[in-house]
Design a protein around this ligand. Structure first.
Ligand SMILES: NC(=O)c1ccc[n+]([C@@H]2O[C@H](COP(=O)([O-])OP(=O)(O)OC[C@H]3O[C@@H](n4cnc5c(N)ncnc54)[C@H](OP(=O)(O)O)[C@@H]3O)[C@@H](O)[C@H]2O)c1
Length: 328
């Protein structure tokens, strides 16, 4: 059967994007064929669509690291035709044709049954970005963070990971400070639950100092660079930063003082290779005790509007979550 897919090709002048018709038979081998109803746009999809070799090496290619929909063929006993499922990470949208197509075929070991409380649509308002926000908060809490630890800083706050992190932290009773490069979006951030809003310049001030005054009971960092290590330098005693992103820089200048004087932790976050059981457990939380009303975060995208949104996410201009509606 044929289906529509976003298609990135390598040409002499660079990478081109178009929508083409593909056949199910062209998809890779796999246990589960999924009718993709929704996908979502993540920063990494922008990197894939522009040929970043750290994400995708083989072209032509269909990006889309997220997909949610219904099983239409299954060789795996744990999935039946008609089951609603969600797939994020692993090789989806990187080396394997991804969620920016109306069909994916993937190994069963990448697939999570849709938890009660979520639907293909709401799971993709979260997508990898929202899932990663939850993963950051879970790891911070596993390392001792509570609302009594102090205010929690979220960087890249209007973006996908950042906006869901602000919303979830506020819902869990944390006082949230949001860092943004979009001062005009302050009302959006306070509507999600941020108590204060800082500029990127404020968050990066003092980068030349070895340590800063104690401010934060925890940090969700999506940007890296000076803002990340400033956050480490201004943690309250014994508190932690969860580092998941690199939109400002993959590197930062560090010193050991915060670690040996303040007993703080820099925690790494990866959502891609996280074992399936742990992924499923976080999806369960997102469908139950961590269920959020995320409607205000959604920007509706289609395959036809995706290319322009890819340019915006790469320029740091997206706000909230771009959800790709693949039906129709
Ligand atoms: N480790 C993992 O498994 C994992 C999973 C998901 C995402 N990530 C990473 O997390 C990061 C965020 O992903 P996303 O999907 O949330 O992207 P996004 O929607 O584009 O959000 C990123 C936000 O960062 C801010 N920003 C952009 N450029 C910046 C710069 N030069 N300096 C400081 N801030 C800047 C912007 O927010 P403001 O305008 O509000 O500042 C932007 O909206 C990416 O690096 C992504 O690869 C990692």
């Amino acid at each position: 059967m044929s289906f529509k897919a976003f298609w990135v090709e390598k040409a002499e002048a660079g990478f081109t994007r178009q929508i083409i018709t593909r056949e199910e038979a062209d998809l890779p081998e796999g246990d589960v064929l999924i009718d993709v109803q929704y996908s979502s746009l993540n920063y990494k999809d922008g990197l894939s669509a522009t040929g970043n070799p750290g994400v995708t090496r083989q072209f032509p290619h269909t990006p889309g690291i997220d997909a949610a929909g219904v099983v239409i063929e299954s060789a795996a006993p744990e999935f039946n035709v008609g089951d609603e499922v969600v797939v994020i990470g692993f090789d989806l949208g990187m080396g394997t044709a991804g969620g920016f197509g109306q069909r994916i075929r993937v190994p069963a070991s990448w697939v999570v049954s849709m938890p009660d409380g979520l639907t293909p649509h709401t799971s993709m308002i979260l997508g990898t970005a929202g899932f990663t926000a939850a993963e950051c908060i879970q790891k911070l809490e596993n390392n001792g963070m509570t609302p009594a630890s102090g205010p929690v800083l979220v960087t890249g706050a209007t973006g996908g990971v950042g906006s869901v992190a602000v919303k979830l932290l506020a819902q869990l009773g944390y006082s949230v400070a949001a860092v943004t490069g979009k001062p005009e979006r302050e009302a959006f951030l306070t509507s999600l639950g941020a108590e204060s809003v800082l500029s990127r310049e404020e968050a990066a001030a003092g980068a030349d100092k070895p340590i800063l005054g104690e401010c934060w009971g925890g940090v969700v960092d999506t940007v890296g660079g000076d803002i990340l290590f400033n956050a480490v330098k201004s943690l309250n005693y014994g508190c932690s930063v969860a580092a998941c992103g690199l939109v400002a820089s993959p590197t930062f200048a560090a010193n050991v003082l915060p670690f040996i004087l303040r007993n703080v932790n820099l925690l790494g976050i990866d959502s891609v290779q996280l074992p399936l059981q742990e992924k499923a457990a976080i999806w369960q939380r997102l469908g139950s005790e961590w269920l959020m009303d995320l409607g205000a975060l959604e920007e509706v995208l289609t395959l036809e509007t995706l290319s322009e949104a890819i340019d915006r996410i790469l320029a740091g201009q997206m706000v909230g979550r771009g959800v790709v509606h693949l039906q129709g």
